[in-house]
Design a protein around this ligand. Structure first.
Ligand code: FMN
Length: 251
């Protein structure tokens, strides 16, 4: 048996959570990073997949969804995780579990975990923290028992169908030309190819999903959210979502 860690993780925390979960398993591990991987792939009955998605406006990110739909199982054991920024999960976990089931994965367990908010960086600062990691490790032990027992997911997953409509955030992502060193990393990481190949300072905001990959990869901190809409929303959002939320686990 081998474990494949499948994730879409523009600011790196979903990758971290999936890594924590996988570290309890003893099997050989592989990575399928959906920021870059965009092809069909079939898993066997001998595989286990751990699938992690960030929550974007109560859904899983559109681009990640399209890429995930190309992965199919053969009654392959799956653990589904959505990772959110201490605001709300919405229908994202239900959506993820539904996709996996439709694509012939046998979902054995699911979770919603909390990490720093990748847009509003004053929310859930430093998470996942030690407390989260301990809970994730305990959950991993239970996941292993479920894989061994052959039992599928029993719990009901919160969420509604039809899922909440996907909303594009109105915020502007911009690049400070005086800081940009033209390393072109942002261009290679952008899953929507919204940054022109020859001009990292530019961005096509119609195709950009605001995923934050270009912001977090930039070592010069040249890219950021800017503009009146963002500046106006930030304090209000951070104060409304300051109360700590806890991860939830479903077996
Ligand atoms: C476009 C966008 C929309 C988001 N929407 C939500 C949301 O609806 N609820 C929430 O709690 N967090 C939301 N977040 C925060 C992320 O879910 C959270 O920061 C997550 O940890 C990011 O995962 P990553 O580090 O793997 O990119 C959003 C972030 C982005 C970039």
């Amino acid at each position: 048996m081998k474990i494949t860690k499948i994730f879409f993780s523009p600011s790196g925390t979903t990758r971290k959570v999936v890594g924590e979960l996988a570290s309890s398993f003893k099997q050989k591990q592989e990575i399928c990073d959906l920021l870059f991987f965009n092809a069909s792939k079939e898993f066997t009955q001998d595989d286990i997949v751990i699938v992690g998605m960030p929550v974007f406006a109560g859904r899983i990110p559109k681009t990640a969804r399209e890429r995930l739909l190309k992965l199919t199982g053969n009654n392959t054991k799956a653990i589904a995780v959505v990772n959110y920024g201490n605001a709300h999960v919405g229908d994202a976990l239900l959506e993820l579990v539904d996709i996996l089931k439709e694509n012939n994965f046998d979902v054995v367990a699911a979770a919603s975990t909390v990490s720093h908010h990748s847009i509003f960086d004053g929310v859930a600062v430093g998470r996942p923290d030690d407390e989260d990691t301990e809970k994730i490790s305990e959950f991993a032990e239970k996941c292993m028992e479920k894989v061994e027992s052959g039992e599928s997911l029993q719990s009901e997953i919160p969420g509604n169908t039809p899922y909440v409509d996907y909303k594009q955030l109105p915020f502007v992502v911009s690049c400070d030309e005086s800081k940009c060193v033209f390393c072109y990393e942002c261009i290679s990481v952008c899953p929507e190819k919204a940054i022109p190949d020859d001009d990292p300072v530019d961005i096509d905001l119609d195709s950009c999903s605001r995923c934050t990959a270009c912001i977090y990869i930039c070592e010069e901190n040249a890219r950021s959210f800017t503009g009146e809409a963002f500046e106006a929303k930030k304090p209000e959002f951070e104060s409304a979502n300051s109360k700590r939320k806890e991860p939830e686990f479903y077996l």
